[in-house]
Design a protein around this ligand. Sequence first.
Ligand SMILES: NC(=O)c1ccc[n+]([C@@H]2O[C@H](COP(=O)([O-])OP(=O)(O)OC[C@H]3O[C@@H](n4cnc5c(N)ncnc54)[C@H](OP(=O)(O)O)[C@@H]3O)[C@@H](O)[C@H]2O)c1
Length: 277
Amino acid sequence: MSSTWFITGASRGLGRELTEQALARGDLVAATLRHPEQLDDLAEVAGDHLWVRQLDVTDTMQMSRVVREAFTDHKRIDVVVSNAGFGVFGAAEDLTNDQVEQMIATNLTAAIQLTRLVVPYLRRQGSGRLMQLSSMGGHMAFPAFSLYHATKWGIEGFYEALAQEVEPFGIHTTLVEPGMIRTSFYEAATRVPVSEPYQAGPADRRPIPLEQMPGSQTKVAAAMIEAALSENPPRRLLLGSDAYRLVTNALNERLSTFERQKAVAFSTDIDQDEDVS
Ligand SMILES: NC(=O)c1ccc[n+]([C@@H]2O[C@H](COP(=O)([O-])OP(=O)(O)OC[C@H]3O[C@@H](n4cnc5c(N)ncnc54)[C@H](OP(=O)(O)O)[C@@H]3O)[C@@H](O)[C@H]2O)c1
């Protein structure tokens, strides 16, 4: 049976790959992107299987209109993929206010607002799958990438709570947590010049060449489709050997830190006879 998808950031990278693979399965795709003409080549062959609308995810009013139209024009939407995002590399101190605001608006606020806009429709449908692009960087962190991590750790927290709220309505959520994938992400990312105090320090990192990144765009998209359409989609989908290694290391390290602090943690509980007035 064919499914219907709603995808943000469908112009290139994972968003476009997902769009192409879903269409190849015979599914319907409501694809959104900043410059719709970037899908003209696909539209020519996909016919009415591809519905395209202009959407800059930082424009909440536009997003609200596009979501309404998408759910009006399709009988139902089975999977919503919140994919649009970008990266900024630079020491936290070197970032501009505008970079901070744009990154949070795109990777975090827009993802939260899209979720809030689609949940009422999925709830009324009685089912649906939400796929949110997070990252291995939603569990661990590299220097010179603080802002990106802030957005991915942020959306992880939002989804951790939301998943529990919407599951009673038949809505499944999946945080997709890939490692480094060979997409246009690194070419599109902003690189902030390293100021003198940070030069030769941890924030002065050389970009990893694309050919050394393990993640395959094709395989990541295929794994997302398989998970989204499975009977019981996982709440988290960790993809890539680098993601597996780095995330499990980070979590083990955090857990052992907390275990060492167990006595201190318990020591701050209130005494039964403590005066709280
Ligand atoms: N590549 C990786 O290594 C990697 C790893 C983990 C997670 N991710 C996550 O995966 C998602 C997709 O990334 P990708 O690797 O496919 O990157 P990509 O090739 O650079 O594609 C990013 C997409 O996001 C869109 N976008 C950016 N800002 C937007 C905005 N304001 N409104 C609408 N669309 C916007 C871009 O559209 P334009 O063409 O208009 O710029 C493009 O379609 C992101 O959330 C990213 O954080 C990527």
